[in-house]
Design a protein around this ligand. Structure first.
Ligand SMILES: Cc1cc2nc3c(=O)[nH]c(=O)nc-3n(C[C@H](O)[C@H](O)[C@H](O)COP(=O)(O)OP(=O)(O)OC[C@H]3O[C@@H](n4cnc5c(N)ncnc54)[C@H](O)[C@@H]3O)c2cc1C
Length: 437
């Protein structure tokens, strides 16, 4: 594969959600654009999003849902190109959408529709796409940037790679973070930025499952799903909780119990705090409230009453008597953690044991040992400090260089927020670079 020697107006590094949006936007403004992609194909991660359906945005998005080094600035970017503008953009390239409970999907509910329309729009815009070209460094300055690339001649990694330089007046670096590295976002773009002297907040996995300490007892409830509240406590663990400390984060929704820890959307949404706290050497504890609609006393009263006047004398076991309250497997786990044999006759269970069960249902604690790694993570917490870019996403220290997408230290919760950041920042970077030629 040969790389054209012409000099482009704009070289965009990384053909993910962000890079393709930037390319279409800049080329539509008349710029000659070269879109450089390390993988053999563009936009592969998009196909995996939203379980193959691509939850491409959310309605509404205010901006304060995002986290990172200067996340309060995100609202300002969204004011310039937010959810409405994104949906218009997609309409302009032939994609209609549908919304359910705020979650926005392509009308086809197929992520491939999103990738297809982006690919076709990139081609129609006249932007040149160079795949199997991994950027390793950027040199030069405004008006003449050079992107050093390692070219994989066959696109399959089997042949000896060649080096090449692509020249452009402006450059947009949008190589993603480190999450899901098989899709190409392996952190190499963040290293390019770091080598240029830009400040980088350590990339850590976010929107990811967590591992509990002493998880061997959890095998019994692996696969169980239960709705509840997930709260994260950082620091001295139990003593912090006991002294009434506020959690550093919490979320409500369907919790999934795994063989070695916890998963599900509310766990994903708090996981960025867990990654960062553990990385700083803090201890982390998750507390689950598996019955947020009732308080502990109400629960204990209900159970006592039920055992006394209900099935208590029917010769059933305590885990059977509690089956109207929680999943049986989860009850088995909870009863074991409070030292009650699940097979014990319900009639023999005293007030103290019932109080302990009610307390555990409202405050089931897990010491968190770790999160899963980038291979399992949906996004990256950390990346290039947002303070390194101005309101046009231009690098403060490198005029003519723009940074966008997950590469920047901005991360959102589940629900379309992260792709929205990719569209928003891709549009702003592409538009700003093209208008500055
Ligand atoms: C399984 C999964 C499901 C997800 N589901 C959703 C969802 O439903 N909704 C949502 O909002 N978000 C979702 N996300 C997150 C979302 O996909 C990302 O935040 C978003 O794709 C980031 O876009 P980006 O363009 O910045 O980076 P990426 O999509 O990571 O794209 C970066 C591109 O740059 C290329 N690249 C990397 N390094 C180089 C280099 N050195 N040279 C050249 N090219 C390079 C990569 O190959 C890649 O194509 C999901 C993520 C995963 C992993």
């Amino acid at each position: 594969m040969s790389v054209p020697q012409q000099k482009y107006d704009i070289a965009i590094i990384g053909a993910g959600a962000c890079g393709m949006t930037a390319a279409i936007t800049a080329a539509r403004r008349g710029a000659s654009v070269c879109l450089i992609e390390g993988g053999a194909r563009v936009g592969t991660k998009i196909l995996k999003t939203g379980n193959g359906k691509c939850n491409l945005s959310h309605a509404p998005i205010e901006g304060d849902e995002y986290r990172g080094s200067d996340s309060k600035r995100v609202a300002g970017f969204l004011n310039r190109f937010g959810v409405d503008e994104t949906l218009e953009f997609f309409k302009s390239i032939g994609l209609i959408t549908r919304e359910k409970d705020g979650y926005i999907y392509p009308y086809s509910e197929m992520a491939s529709s999103v990738l297809d329309v982006l690919r076709f729009a990139v081609a129609a815009s006249g932007a040149e796409v160079i795949c199997s070209a991994k950027a390793t460094a950027i040199s030069g300055s405004d008006g003449d940037y050079a992107v050093l690339c390692k070219i994989d001649p066959d696109g399959n990694g089997n042949s000896k790679s060649a080096k090449s330089e692509i020249h452009a007046k402006k450059v947009i670096l949008c190589t993603g973070g480190c999450a899901d590295p098989v899709s190409g976002s392996d952190g190499s773009g963040i290293r390019i930025a770091e080598n240029l002297g830009l400040n980088v907040l350590k990339p850590l996995p976010a929107l990811v499952k967590v591992k509990a300490a002493n998880s061997k007892d959890m095998a019994v409830c692996a696969g169980v799903r239960s709705k509840g509240v997930v709260s994260v406590y950082v620091g001295n663990g139990a003593s912090d909780i006991a002294s009434g400390a506020n959690p550093v984060s919490y979320d409500r929704g369907e919790i999934q119990f795994t063989k070695d820890g916890l998963s599900g959307i509310p766990v994903f949404n708090v996981s960025r705090y867990i990654s960062r706290a553990l990385d700083e050497g803090d201890s982390v504890r998750i507390r689950l409230d598996l019955c947020p609609e009732m308080n502990e006393d109400e629960l204990a009263f209900f159970i006592t009453d039920h055992i006394r006047n209900g099935y208590g004398n029917a010769g059933i076991s305590i885990d059977e008597a509690l089956s109207g309250i929680q999943n049986k497997k989860l009850n088995t786990y909870i009863l074991k953690t409070i030292g009650v044999k699940p097979s014990a006759p319900a009639a023999d269970i005293g007030r103290d044991e019932i109080s302990r069960y009610a307390h555990a249902l409202k405050a089931l604690d897990f010491n968190i040992e770790n999160t899963y790694g980038f291979e399992q993570a949906q996004v990256t917490s950390g990346g290039v400090d947002l303070n390194e870019v101005d309101d046009n996403l231009q690098a403060v220290r490198y005029p003519g260089m723009y940074l966008a997408g997950e590469l920047l230290d901005v991360d959102g919760p589940c629900g379309g927020y992260n792709l929205q950041w990719a569209w928003t920042s891709g549009y702003i970077a592409g538009n700003s670079a093209a208008s500055d030629l």
